[in-house]
Ligand binder design. Sequence first.
Ligand code: HSE
Length: 429
Amino acid sequence: MAATVGIGLLGLGTVGTAVARRLIDEWELLGERAGATPVLRRVAVRDAERPRTVNLKNVPLVSDPTTVVDDPDVRIVIEVIGGREPAATLIEHALAAGKTVVTANKLLAAHQGPELSRLAEQHGAGLWFEATVGAGLPVIALLRGSLGADRISRIDAIINGTTNVILTHMRRDGITLRAALADATERGYAEADPSADLDGWDAAHKLVIMSWLAFGVHVQPESVDRVGIRDIDLADLAYTGQLGYTVKLVAHAHTGDAGAVHLRVRPTAVPADHVLFGVDDSDNAAFISGDLAGEVMLRGLGAGGESTASAVVSDVVEAIRRLDAQPQPPATRPAALLDGEAVEVAQYVRLRVADMPDARQLALQALEDRGVPVVEAIDKPPIDGPDPQLLILTGSAPRAVHDRALETVDSLPFVREIVSTLDRIEPSS
Ligand code: HSE
């Protein structure tokens, strides 16, 4: 009889259900690919009495997750309960017992990934986390494996499905953020607390994980320069569209001198000739620059139960293939951060200005005088009162220079309000 490997599952929510279904329904295919058949031994759930949509075929449901981790027949523990605790304690317990762990827990991987990896290494166990970024997209495999020979200099990514659904719907259908969020929630993309999505935390966690693998540094999520999408205005989606841009929550990272890194998550105006431009709805994309491979792009469904289960179960297959010699992610060096104020950015700015002849010219002059180049300026009729709107595309200058120049502009008597500012990727042509 073919060899088997016992699997324990922690959590039977949307992702856990899809994982269990694939393990049970496709055991033969998975076994052929892995070289030994994964067999689900036990599943831990919060409420063992609740009806389930997956036929577990007599696999016991238990309410105490430690009994799954401690089961001597369980060799690989899958954690899909999410959150910091009790997930962290359960994973540490499993790794300390030499068991390999497959997790979809991005919060945990972002905060404690390198530490858990070290624990895994000490105990000859493996830690697999493909599902933490981009669900079924092989972002982690790309960074951990395929680009293993490259020095990676830059990442630009759309790695939060919920905000991408929201921005796409707002732009296409003119609906409010709240209505668009309801749709993303119904489709199972939004976090239980959607502020994780709306405020950019989820994308920041994923960017931290990618940067750990790409640059060998562990940046704390709190150190990511992070702005969410709550203040995005329908008018800016329309105006940027007229100028040939689309607004995306872009996660960006790059390295600078002496290996220092900059990580940011911000709503960004993306031009039509950029690869992230058409990445709409719940699609995710990661655009990565390596010194040998050049620019590599992954794109596809980046959220949802089945797409995430694809990543979890592929990790199980890979972990079984390498059961006796689990590969480890790179060691990390201390993270030196580039000064975010000195990082060069280009922007889209919308002003409400008094209807007087020189207002436009004086506002633009103030920007130029303070070191911010003006690439284009477009007058628009009033939309929410008597004052006309002025759209300005600025060229590349340090963020602090932009901030100071905009403070000056804001103080000009004929400038009623800086309505919005967005980072902007400059078109290549
Ligand atoms: N809330 C996350 C998202 C789920 O919208 O991308 C997938 O990680």
